[in-house]
Design a protein around this ligand. Structure first.
Ligand code: F6P
Length: 340
């Protein structure tokens, strides 16, 4: 078999570990592996990179993706025929698509409409894919944010300030909630459970009245607030660039005005996605990669490797991409127990 692999959407720690695991298992079974450059764009433009044992060693701890990535959507650029044609002319028999809701949404559609032989691997620091407990990359992002929150604690305390930390998570607050709980945040604001600015300020005031003279507020980039910057250009999947809306800066301004406490903002941005994966993400990415290679070998297309409890299982791509996995209320209540 000739097996293609692509990585699409925002990059994510652990992508190279998946490539390594898929390749290793495929080689063991005598299959050929071909890398596709820059996500779906590589199939639109026929950009291939043969992968052998030499190209796929030393990848486990490496951040980013050796294949490159893009937010190309063949469905909005009328390029589905090109994808199908280039896949065939390259002589590929199967594709492993490593991505989040967008990349895997395309994979699900290609499979449903054209019987395209694809399997998926759930990637995103946002952890918002359904049918899997965790996506790889999330643990690393939470680790980085938690470390940042720990560091902000000491400077907040020294200056008696409120520190607002803006973290990623396009539509969901998974990173904010997990790193906020781990870092001991005093208020956490996420899109799914929007507490108002008045409530947030009341929590901060309450904390200061009970003797604390600094606070940490974690806000997810997708949290809605009046007066945010105009929307930026949309990408091919129709998403705005949330980092440009400035929710952290706006929130800091409001908190300072309403409470009178000196406030600063830190936007963690792409630091959350860069660099080496945590051990947990290396292991998860490796297990996902082996499972994806197994699904390809067994001809079980239209499936995605997933984590359920401690087991790696497979679920349908359709189920995984049907709706986003938001933060459930019981998780938010764990965080909320420590507000104020
Ligand atoms: O989907 C992952 C993610 O990191 C989101 O959390 C964030 O909103 C987005 O990608 C940023 O995308 P870009 O790197 O294209 O600015």
């Amino acid at each position: 078999m000739k097996v293609g692999i692509l990585t699409g959407g925002g990059d994510c720690p652990g992508l190279n570990a998946v490539i390594r695991a898929v390749a290793r298992r495929c080689f063991e079974r005598g299959h050929e592996v071909v890398g596709i450059r820059a996500g779906w764009r590589g199939l639109v433009e026929a950009k291939f990179l043969p992968l052998g044992p030499r190209e796929t060693t030393g990848l486990l701890p490496r951040g980013g993706t050796i294949l490159g990535t893009s937010r190309t959507n063949p469905y909005t650029t009328d390029a589905v025929e090109a994808v199908l044609g280039n896949f065939e002319s390259e002589g590929l028999d199967a594709l492993v698509a490593v991505g989040g809701e967008d990349t895997l949404g395309v994979a699900a559609k290609l499979h449903a409409e054209h019987g395209f032989p694809v399997v998926g691997v759930p990637k995103t620091i946002d952890n918002d894919l359904s049918a899997t407990d965790y996506t790889f990359g999330f643990d690393t992002a939470v680790f980085i944010c938690t470390e940042a929150i720990d560091r902000l604690h000491t400077t907040a305390e020294s200056h008696n300030r409120v520190m607002v930390v803006e973290v990623m998570g396009r539509h969901t607050g998974w990173i904010a909630v997990m790193s906020g709980i781990a870092g001991g945040a005093d208020v956490i604001l996420i899109p799914e459970h929007p507490i108002s600015l008045d409530e947030a300020c009341a929590d901060i005031r309450h904390r200061h009245e009970r003797g604390k003279d600094f606070s940490i507020v974690v806000v997810s980039e997708g949290y809605e607030l009046e007066g945010l910057a105009d929307e930026s250009e949309l990408d091919e999947f129709g998403h705005v660039r949330l980092s440009e809306r400035g929710v952290g800066a706006r929130l800091a301004q409001e908190i300072e005005q309403r409470t009178g406490y000196e406030t600063r903002v830190t936007v963690l941005g792409h630091v959350q996605r860069g660099g080496s994966p945590t051990p947990r993400d290396r292991v998860l990415a490796t297990r996902y990669g082996l499972k994806a290679a197994d699904l390809v070998h067994e001809g079980r297309f239209g499936r995605m490797a997933a984590l359920q409890g401690d087991a790696i299982v497979d679920v349908s791509l359709e189920e995984a991409t049907a709706e986003l996995k938001t933060v459930p209320d019981d998780w938010y209540q764990v965080a909320r127990a420590f507000f104020g």
